[in-house]
Design a protein around this ligand. Structure first.
Ligand SMILES: [Zn+2]
Length: 215
């Protein structure tokens, strides 16, 4: 595990890669933040800021993520600041309370120190994989806590080797909705890795579900 100490927005090159996969079904670019942190087992993980208070996340990580979220959300569009001004709250605890009470304001994509530098080259498969979880967070009709728990428990992204092994396996040809969050992310990643073919077994999932925002 590595507590995030740096955060940045997606570059234009990274965003172009992502829109080439997801079309217009991702959250606004300004809602997505890349950090140099890592989760349990030093695995990358993605989490909505709305879930920062989830009890399964160690307190130190909660604090670091909250701090980043406060900087990010407060500094970008001023929504957090405006909300706080209206309600008259001040101080770090009030800010944390506001951050954790607002739903789906943003996403923290924690990828570790090396991919953090640039995800448009060597780490573009990881970029697509993690943003698949952002896509799930935005488009899922399930409760946010369900989505978060599912991601947190299953995600071990491809930076650690082939994500086709073990828990990442998916039986091909089944209905999109029958795949769990990790299987869906793997399908999207593998379709991208294979050159975004507009034919073959994975293409219908992209065309009919991913680009239509259907989880
Ligand atoms: Zn994953």
């Amino acid at each position: 595990m590595a507590i995030p100490t740096k955060a940045r927005f997606l570059t234009q090159t990274e965003w172009d890669i992502l829109t080439g996969v997801f079309g217009d079904t991702l959250p606004f670019r300004q809602r997505i933040l890349i950090t140099n942190g890592l989760g349990g087992g030093d695995a990358p993980f993605t989490i909505p800021t709305s879930a920062i208070s989830v009890a399964t996340i160690p307190a130190a990580v909660q604090a670091a993520l909250s701090s980043l979220a406060i900087q990010y959300l407060g500094g970008q569009d001023g929504l957090l600041a405006r909300t706080m001004n209206r309600s008259g709250f001040t101080g770090p605890m009030a800010m944390l309370s506001q951050v954790t009470s607002l739903v789906n304001l943003g996403y923290l994509v924690n990828v570790g120190p090396t991919p953090f530098q640039d995800m448009s080259g060597t780490h573009k498969n990881l970029l697509v994989h993690e943003l698949a979880h952002v896509w799930q967070g935005k488009n899922s009709t399930a409760a946010t806590t369900y989505v978060v728990n599912s991601i947190m428990h299953q995600c071990r992204a491809s930076i650690f080797g082939s994500s086709r092994n073990g828990a990442y396996d998916y039986p091909a040809g089944q209905s999109w909705s029958s795949y769990n969050t990790e299987q869906q992310a793997s399908i999207i990643e593998h379709w991208f890795e294979s050159g975004k073919p507009e034919s073959g077994p994975l293409w219908p999932y992209i065309r009919d579900y991913v680009r239509k925002g259907k989880t």
